[in-house]
Design a protein around this ligand. Sequence first.
Ligand SMILES: Nc1ncnc2c1ncn2[C@@H]1O[C@H](COP(=O)(O)OP(=O)(O)OP(=O)(O)O)[C@@H](O)[C@H]1O
Length: 250
Amino acid sequence: MVRAENVHKSFGSLEVLKGVDLTVPEGGVSCVLGPSGSGKSTFLRCINHLEKLNAGRILVDGDLVGYRERGGKLHEMSERDVAKQRQSIGMVFQRFNLFPHMTVLDNVMEAPSRVKRENKGEVRERARALLDRVGLAEKMSNYPGQLSGGQQQRVAIARALAMRPKVMLFDEPTSALDPELVGEVLEVMKGLARDGMTMIVVTHEIGFAREVADEVVFMDGGVVVEKGSPSEIIANPQQERTKAFLSKVL
Ligand SMILES: Nc1ncnc2c1ncn2[C@@H]1O[C@H](COP(=O)(O)OP(=O)(O)OP(=O)(O)O)[C@@H](O)[C@H]1O
């Protein structure tokens, strides 16, 4: 479960998030739509400790992101606790950023072996199973440079899943792909949604949002303009800003 309450974030004098509220229940999928510069990436980055909030709070699985409550007061988490909390939050970016000198299997094994220091044999089995799940079992000995963009993005998803996250954040995971490779990545994401993963997906893939999202959130100018079911927001938007955006992307 993810709950964001009144999240504010500024960069200098630029106010990027102006009080964002969002709740994704356990196993729910929220798709965040909105024009470029509306704060979508910044919002995901706040959930994953890549940015610090100026105000508001975020809870992942009931735990406050970045803070511990002690004696009725909030204390900033130690780096160790931040690292631990980040393990429960998987993130997939537009650019997959795999290690080019490591095989596909080693890329997927890297984080659990290094960060969690888990048993190598178990991690290898899990990584193999994940590569099978994303349809890349036969590529595990290849290097990222030998794979298509869609295949690399599927490896990136397997890599995030290898940490057994409770929540997966996707930041425009198909925007950098050639159009014919988009479908294979969306299929993997649909499978994850079917399997009950809690997901927040920033995307311009309206078809995906329509089919998979439990809730569609339209953001513009650092605020949530409207949110609701796909049929409410995509088929029947109420706000002019949402209508204008959808008329451009549909
Ligand atoms: N580290 C930063 N320092 C200064 N400004 C930033 C920083 N990160 C983001 N911004 C600014 O915050 C605003 C929102 O950016 P953000 O990337 O969150 O938008 P977005 O909705 O994800 O857009 P896009 O769809 O283009 O990725 C932009 O004006 C951007 O330039």
